[in-house]
Design a protein around this ligand. Structure first.
Ligand SMILES: [Ca+2]
Ligand SMILES: [Ca+2]
Ligand SMILES: [Ca+2]
Length: 270
């Protein structure tokens, strides 16, 4: 009897775990809701950050000093923001977030993206960066996902770089006239931080998947750094990092697990 109750407990926990894994865990958020500041790095941090990483690091400018405008991060036409100091970037493979990210099979970055003026230029998330400042097309950057504001560059709505190699991109997120703010959802799926491990990236803007790429981690030594880069003045708000949302278990899976548990009880009673 004892061992079967253990088996039932295990199955119950398994179902519970699957259900809880459906909810992505918030790791970091910055709402940028403080007074305007011409210097992003000198801006007040009070009340801006949430999630466990929020108490360990904060976004800082690289390349050029960014700013806070109207409760948003205002990106300039150069540089962007990284987690921490230039050569002491936050390691997302570390103890606070690494195990949770691997258990969820990856992580997700979301933000609200606002165009300030008509421009074909871009905002980009760079992942697998070195622990030092780099360009989107640096050979050390495992993937850079550039999303452009309009199609003025030969129909190029998106642009991707894999370790410095351009891999193209043309899919539009179908901008709506007079609508300037769009939700961006970038999902990175993988099971290891080790160099050589495969990664899948899905980029969804305005509800439309504009890119789905496969690449590998390289030259990271088991660490993970990523950051936001900019090619033009634009606004970003509610920058969020969470564990990858999982698929809610099918009802049939729960039924099968329940049947398995019931079978064990029945077998035990015989
Ligand atoms: Ca805000
Ligand atoms: Ca790399
Ligand atoms: Ca790579």
């Amino acid at each position: 009897m004892k061992s079967n109750w253990k088996a039932i407990l295990f199955l119950t926990v398994a179902v519970g775990f699957s259900a809880s894994a459906a909810q992505a865990a918030l790791l970091f958020k910055d709402n940028f809701d403080v007074a305007d500041s011409g210097s992003f790095d000198a801006a007040d941090l009070t009340g801006r950050r949430s999630g466990p990483v929020g108490s360990e690091t904060n976004l800082q400018s690289f390349g050029a000093q960014q700013s806070i405008v109207g409760g948003n991060l205002e990106l300039k036409g150069a540089g962007g923001v990284r987690f921490g100091a230039e050569t002491a970037r936050y390691n997302w493979a570390g103890a606070t977030t690494g195990p949770a990210i691997l258990a969820a099979g990856g992580f997700q970055v979301t933000f609200d993206w606002t165009h300030v003026a008509g421009s074909p230029e871009w905002v980009a998330l760079k992942v697998g960066t070195p622990n030092g400042d780099s360009g989107v097309n640096a050979a050390s950057v495992d993937h850079a996902m550039l999303i452009r504001q309009n199609e003025n560059i030969a129909g190029q709505w998106t642009e991707r770089w894999d370790n410095g190699v351009a891999t193209g991109g043309t899919i539009s997120y179908s901008p709506i006239p007079n609508l300037n703010t769009y939700p961006v959802v970038l999902t990175y799926s993988f099971n290891s931080f080790a160099d050589g491990s495969p990664v899948n990236m899905s980029a969804v803007v305005n509800g439309i998947e504009v890119a789905n790429d496969n690449f590998t981690w390289d030259g990271n030594g088991g660490a993970l750094h990523f950051e936001l880069a900019s090619g033009v003045q634009q606004l970003v708000d509610n920058f969020t990092v969470s564990t990858r949302p999982d698929v809610i278990p099918e009802p049939s899976t729960i039924v099968l697990l329940t049947l398995a548990a019931t079978a064990l009880v029945v077998r035990n009673r015989k």
